[in-house]
Design a protein around this ligand. Structure first.
Ligand code: FES
Ligand code: FES
Length: 161
């Protein structure tokens, strides 16, 4: 079938089987390799993308469901100030970004901050608990998100710098 959708702000078309996984369309058809093929069952977060403003696992989204939808991958999100806040916060806290789980870690953290700009520690832990990260301790992820909160606050509100 032929499917049209919005990918990182651009209208695109793909010819594919109706049940092909979105993660494979992104990686194989569009060369976007930021979302990774992990568990392929919707549990590890490595394949995360934003679909219509909501973070979803691209491994369990079949092609027919993306018709006319807006998809943002980590590549698209990395062009934003919001991405830089999180990347800087994670770096400040010594959080690894090895590439495997970055899409999940960053997009899920952003989804949390969009709903709750000053999240408590337990809210951060709960949000990121679905990410299977081999490189970072959960406590460091909490520090990274809290650092990103400060960085964002300074970017948005501190006009003295
Ligand atoms: S690969 Fe999609 S959630 Fe694990
Ligand atoms: S940063 Fe390496 S798996 Fe998460």
């Amino acid at each position: 079938m032929t499917i049209g959708f919005i990918l990182n702000g651009e209208a695109v078309v793909v010819h594919t089987e109706a049940d092909r996984r979105l993660i494979d369309i992104l990686r194989e058809t569009f060369g976007l390799s930021g979302a990774k093929r992990g568990c392929l069952s919707g549990h590890c977060g490595a394949c995360s993308v934003i679909m219509n403003g909501v973070v979803v696992p691209a491994c369990i989204i079949p092609a027919f469901r993306i018709q006319d939808q807006a998809i943002i991958t980590i590549e698209g999100f990395s062009q934003t100030d919001a991405y830089q806040d999180l990347r800087s916060g994670f770096q400040e806290a010594g959080v690894e970004l090895c590439g495997y789980c970055d899409a999940g870690k960053i997009l899920i953290a952003e989804a949390l901050l969009a709903k709750n700009p000053r999240p408590a520690r337990h809210a951060i832990l709960t949000s990121l608990s679905g990410i299977q990260c081999r490189c970072t301790e959960p406590e460091d992820m909490v520090k990274g998100v809290l650092a990103a909160v400060d960085i964002r606050r300074r970017r948005l509100y501190d006009r003295t710098t």
